[in-house]
Design a protein around this ligand. Structure first.
Ligand code: PLP
Length: 386
């Protein structure tokens, strides 16, 4: 049996995989088992921040691997402290909890918000308002937070205490917070899985002010939008707001499983010993990867992301077969006249890997994708959309 056949035989059938086997890569080029190269406009769904097998990241990870690969959280280790310090210094947040994925980072955010509300207002203040069309993960609680009914249907009963308000409709937030004893409001500034749709800045500001005025915890899910992808370190920084809790993962450690929940002043002491934990959370190898990634996401890199973003928005504007371009930074959605899936398959045949998000083509290239590759990929995508 070849790899695809063995995969079908032995691995749970939860993924509709593309019919290629990726065996290696370098930067924004990946190579399949037959030796065919592709320009990678997916970066492992916003994970490989500096592409595949980037040398600087690889040496940081390897150096740590040769020192100690893991110790339990019962001991102090240096790499996770370095990551936490960088994150706090660059966001103004005060404490970090480490986990291994976006869903886990959100689980922690939800626990922090519920504990804070229970401590300050009482245990019946547990409702979390999230948005329709949002995506917050696949564990039962983050699935319950996710505002898309089709993810819920097969897995009831869900975790109670989540209501889903319409995005960009501020009065619905106000009325939900009146009806429900509310612990938190949780948003993605750009709904990634929901079709790469950025929230309205005016709305986000009103939600943040409302949360502050009513002592409701504002959680911003930066799992997909974070770590430079939006053109700022975190997407909320484009909106002039200060969340109480930020969850992130994906691109943080550049390709190793790593999640972080950042806690602001209000909730910095909410979690006490024994309230939460994770065996692998803060793993030294993943943390060393994260230090290397965060140190490189400086103003020069971020302005490069914004320039590359503008290049793509301009390239796709008024292009035949592309009805709308959405998103922010290097997180771009294309509403295409042809079905998005057909466009993505056609791009793959022509040597460019892209994704879909709902009915859109989704592009999430590495933050440092070279300009010539970006231009070549944009040409292929435009041709496949016609
Ligand atoms: C906004 C958002 N939150 C949470 C998640 C879940 O992350 P993970 O798959 O690492 O658990 C995702 C994954 O796509 C996401 O896009």
């Amino acid at each position: 049996m070849n790899i695809q056949e063995q995969d079908k035989e032995y691995i749970a059938g939860t993924y509709n995989r593309f019919p290629i086997v990726i065996v290696s890569g370098h930067g924004s080029i990946v190579t399949d088992i037959d030796g065919k190269d592709y320009i990678d406009m997916t970066s492992g769904i916003a994970v490989n921040s500096f592409g595949v097998s980037d040398e600087i990241w690889r040496s940081a990870v390897y150096e740590q691997l040769c020192k100690v690969q893991h110790m339990s959280n019962l001991y102090y280790t240096e790499p996770c402290v370095k990551v936490a310090k960088i994150l706090c210094e660059r966001t103004g947040m005060k404490r970090v909890f480490f986990s291994n994925s976006g869903a886990e980072a959100n689980e922690c955010a939800i626990k922090v918000a519920r504990k804070y509300a229970a401590d300050t207002k009482g245990p019946d203040y547990y409702t979390i308002i999230t948005l329709r069309n949002s995506f917050h993960g696949r564990t039962l609680t983050t699935l319950s937070a996710t505002g898309q009914v089709h993810y819920h249907e097969l897995f009831r009963p869900l975790t109670p205490g989540f209501v889903h308000a319409e995005a960009d409709n501020f009065s619905e937030i106000e009325s939900y917070a009146k009806i429900h004893k509310t612990a938190a409001i949780m948003i993605e500034c750009v709904q990634g899985e929901g079709g790469v749709i950025a929230l309205n800045p005016d709305y986000v500001k009103k939600v943040a002010d409302f949360a502050k005025d009513n002592d409701i915890i504002l959680i911003v899910d930066e799992v997909q939008t974070g770590n430079g992808r939006s053109g700022m370190l975190y997407s909320y920084m484009n909106y002039d707001i200060q969340p109480d809790v930020v969850s992130t993962a994906k691109g943080l450690a550049g390709g190793l499983p790593f999640g972080a929940t950042l806690m602001g002043d209000k909730v910095k002491d909410t979690l006490k010993p024994g309230d939460h934990g994770s065996t692998f959370g803060g793993n030294p190898v993943a943390a060393a990867g994260a230090v290397s990634i965060l140190e490189r996401i400086d103003e020069k890199l971020l302005s490069g992301v914004r320039v590359k973003s503008k290049f793509l928005f301009d390239a796709f504007a008024n292009s035949q077969g592309i009805e709308q371009v959405s998103g922010m930074g290097l997180m771009i959605g294309l509403k295409t006249s042809k079905p998005a899936k057909d466009v993505v398959n056609e791009c793959m045949k022509n040597g460019v890997l892209c994704l879909t998000a709902k009915d859109r083509v989704r592009l999430l290239p590495a933050l440092n994708i070279p300009d010539d590759l970006l231009a070549r990929a944009a040409d292929v995508i435009k041709t496949c959309c016609k």
